[in-house]
Design a protein around this ligand. Structure first.
Ligand code: HEM
Length: 343
């Protein structure tokens, strides 16, 4: 069925909202009443229709508005897109993957026609119909990674594999939870994860790196990450901290429902065929507390998760200023009933 794309904003008047259907497909990440870092990776396989996993590259009602917001971010700050020169093959790999997955998952909106290396790409929601030569940069208006990630929801990093490590050598990052591609470009797996508390000592990153170095083509993997954001703002970057950081001090018992958002990242990892690089997709989903409490089991579970978070995670995720106000507001929806495992 065709998606009804919304006109909405992730800044200024913050008109972003989820429809009831979109709330039902929200990837709620907690399968128990507490949370701690883990190597929580599972096969990235298709789920049921009507979930965020109905296609391996998800497109939803926010697609057009998100692409508009990305264009605004790039206009202000072109360094949100970067690719080192040796990543050109991986860029084409990524273009192929995103076109194929979007066309397969949402044929009413996207079509890819391949005739040898002559490709035609039709993107109806954005009004694009382009013909180009696969592998020939001069036949596209931008580099292949920039071109296709301006037409795909989520952030994207391509990591190069060499010397038994992964290196962040390309990316399009405009919807990030307080980290910077411009700062991390060229770093390796342990270096860019440097600021994360507790996980290094727990051996999480050693095990995760080992797993990823052996990732096979055709067998993508995924994990959840989450944080919280005040107002439905996609661009919570260090570069723009002055715009969104102060929002954390504006939460009151009266405005929790509208202002406080759960921010979930469905992260998928794909081995790329020609370059042997790995594509890391960070697909961000936002839902305010008024929307969250429309699902009773989420309303029960989320305050319990927030209440039991280790202090290091509260600090790292930037929740200190408004966590207790949010727990207090949510607690009226928690009748104390036990929750069963699973989301
Ligand atoms: C956080 C990138 C894979 C676990 C981060 C951050 C970045 C990042 C940029 C933010 C660090 C900061 O504060 O500056 C990536 C990339 C990956 C990858 C590019 C793939 C190549 C993984 C995997 C795991 C993992 C496989 C599995 C254990 C984490 C955790 C955090 C984190 C636990 C902290 C998140 C939070 O509390 O909000 N990652 N990551 N990452 N990453 Fe990764």
């Amino acid at each position: 069925m065709a998606i009804a794309f919304k006109q909405e904003t992730f800044r200024d008047d913050f008109s972003y909202r989820n429809s009831p259907e979109n709330i039902r497909r929200f990837p709620f990440p907690f399968d128990r009443d507490e949370y701690m870092y883990a190597v929580n990776m599972e096969s990235h396989v298709k789920g049921q229709k009507g979930t965020a996993f109905e296609s391996l590259i998800d497109v939803d009602e926010h697609y057009v508005a998100e692409m508009h917001d990305r264009a605004l971010v790039l206009k202000e700050d072109p360094l949100r897109y970067q690719a080192l020169p040796h990543m050109m093959t991986a860029q084409w790999d990524t273009l192929e993957l995103l076109m194929e997955e979007q066309a397969a998952g949402f044929p009413e909106h996207f079509t890819l026609i391949r005739n040898g290396d002559q490709w035609r790409w039709i993107n109806r929601p954005l009004g694009i119909d382009d013909t180009f030569t696969f592998g020939d940069r001069s036949t596209l208006p931008y580099e292949p990674l920039e071109y296709i990630t301006c037409q795909a929801q989520g952030d994207f990093c391509i990591v190069d594999q060499r010397d038994g490590n992964l290196w962040m050598d390309a990316g399009m990052v405009t919807t990030q939870a307080d980290w910077s591609l411009d700062f991390d470009i060229g770093m390796n797996f342990m270096e860019w994860h440097g600021p994360v508390p507790l996980a290094h000592q727990m051996g999480v990153f050693d095990r995760a790196l080992k797993f990823l170095l052996n990732l096979q083509q055709g067998k993508p993997t995924r994990r959840f990450n989450w944080t919280m954001t005040i107002n439905p703002r996609l661009d919570t970057s260090p570069e723009n901290y002055h715009k969104w950081g102060p929002d954390r001090a504006t939460v009151t018992p009266e405005n929790v429902g509208e202002k406080v958002h759960l921010r979930v990242e469905v992260q998928s990892l794909w081995r790329l065929p020609r370059s042997n690089a790995i594509l890391f997709v960070i697909r961000c989903y936002l839902m305010n507390m008024n929307e969250l409490v429309t699902v009773p089991k989420w309303a029960r579970r989320f305050p319990r998760v927030l209440s039991t978070l280790p202090p290091e995670l509260i600090d790292y995720k930037g929740l200190t200023r408004y966590r207790q106000t949010t727990i207090d507001w949510l607690s009226k929806f928690d009748d104390g009933a036990p929750t069963s495992p699973g989301t």
